[in-house]
Design a binder for this molecule. Structure first.
Ligand code: FDA
Length: 392
């Protein structure tokens, strides 16, 4: 049977990075993936430009049962280390917003850097090779693949989460963990658009394509970013972010005009522009179609001059604190990441090895660590891949 020091399952961000580091240490490394190309999620990330890290990596921007678990790896291999790597490869980049760093030209630059470094380090990449099972053997592990069984001293599970099955996501990492008796923190789609039903859905559909700068709050957290109305409900960065904190059945609170006062300027305008309809008055502060819906929801009508202070305060509240309850999410079909995963209590935070199964490691998205939108999830992949690569 073909035998390796380390077999890495998954040629995504975490697996490729781990493979480079382990091979640089002189380990004989095989990276396998059932896809035809490596780093498919990197390719489609950041609208094709890969938001590869964030300048403001901070612990509270990572979710999981034990958010502190991520700290060791994030501190040992930082965003500045990865930026140095990108610079050394001559890849041009820029900050888009909120510390989010993107390639100037294409995400393919990052994939090319990783595959080149992997080859230079002496690791082997085998594509079109699906993994179905991992079992213990006297010398380590046997990995069952579509190209036959492979033996390894150490196995690194870097098979990612469940999001976007169309481009290769599978639940195999969770099955392997469970097979070895590791607990899985329940998984659910995150960084995902929210869906609505009934009249709310119909109203949102008529606004499809409209966007505003919003503050969206749920589960004790809020995000001040763009919000986009869609045919199914709500999307945009603020909604994707809050989806990680939202729990089924709970409302979210939306401020449709973050940092824009509504009641005070309308009260002030009553004298000189009192004849205009309240809808047109509000449309000075919100997209017109949205203003129509907000006026209806606040049950105000007539001209601006007709409105009492109380009516304008009610309109202000309808804009700034709209409580709506999503019916669900768009699911793994469009989710950027999977919340939950391999219980971090079962893993060593330095080596990413399972405490009860020496030699079996888990890195990247398959682990119960999920970052905010904005490059945090790739930084987790680089940091956990790097740390494991020093140890596997
Ligand atoms: P990843 O999913 O990348 O890799 C897992 C690999 O395992 C895949 O190549 C898969 O084919 C392989 N595999 C699975 N099952 C297998 C099996 N049975 N046999 C063999 N191989 C198997 N993050 C960010 O920080 N910035 C961004 O800009 C974006 N943008 C973005 C856009 C979109 C559309 C999505 C879906 C996601 C993002 N993300 C992101 C999230 C980011 O892509 C994600 O967190 C990382 O890719 C996770 O890296 P991993 O290596 O852990 O898994």
């Amino acid at each position: 049977m073909e035998s390796w020091d380390v077999i890495i399952l998954g040629a995504g961000a975490a697996g490729l990075f781990c493979g480079i580091e382990a091979a640089r240490r002189g380990r004989r490394v095989l990276v396998v993936d059932h896809a035809k190309a490596p780093g498919e999620k990197i390719r489609i990330s950041g609208g094709g430009r890969c938001n590869f890290t964030n300048m403001y990596i901070e612990p509270h921007k990572f979710l999981g049962e034990n958010p502190r678990f991520a700290l060791s790896a994030l501190n040992r291999y930082t965003q500045w280390d990865f930026i140095e790597r990108v610079d050394a490869a001559g890849i041009p980049w820029h900050e888009k917003t909120l510390g989010q760093l993107f390639c100037d030209s294409s995400a393919k630059d990052i994939i090319a850097m990783l595959t080149r470094e992997l080859a230079e380090a002496g690791a082997t990449l085998r594509l079109g090779c699906g993994v179905s099972n991992v079992t213990r053997s006297a010398a380590g592990f046997v990995v069952d693949t579509t190209s036959g069984p492979l033996a390894a001293e150490a196995v690194v599970v870097a098979t990612g989460g469940k999001s976007i099955p169309k481009i290769g996501a599978s639940g195999i990492g969770y099955h392997i963990a469970e097979h070895f008796g590791l607990r899985i923190v329940p998984t659910r789609p995150a960084l995902v658009p929210l869906t609505f039903e009934g009249q709310l859905k119909a109203d949102m559909a008529t606004l499809s394509g409209t966007s505003v700068q919003a503050t969206v709050a749920a589960g004790g957290t809020s995000f001040d970013e763009g919000l986009l109305f869609t045919h199914r409900g709500l999307s945009g960065p603020s909604i994707l972010q809050i989806s990680s904190y939202w729990t089924e059945g709970a409302p979210i609170t939306v401020d449709l005009a973050a940092n824009t006062p509504i009641a005070e300027p309308l009260k002030a305008a009553r004298q000189e522009a009192g004849k205009i309809s309240i809808k047109n008055a509000l449309a000075r502060h919100l997209p017109e179609k949205l203003a129509v819906q907000v006026v209806a929801r606040a049950q105000v009508s007539g001209t601006l001059a007709d409105q009492s202070n109380a009516a304008l305060d009610a309109l202000d509240a309808a804009v700034h604190s709209w409580d709506v309850t999503p019916a669900g999410t768009e699911g793994y079909r469009t989710a950027e990441v999977t919340l939950g995963g391999v219980d971090t209590a079962a893993l060593d935070g330095r080596t990413f090895a399972a405490r009860t199964v020496p030699g079996l490691h888990f890195i990247g998205e398959v682990v119960d660590v999920t970052g905010w939108l904005g490059g945090y999830n790739f930084q987790w992949a680089w940091s956990s891949g790097w740390a494991c690569g020093q140890a596997c």
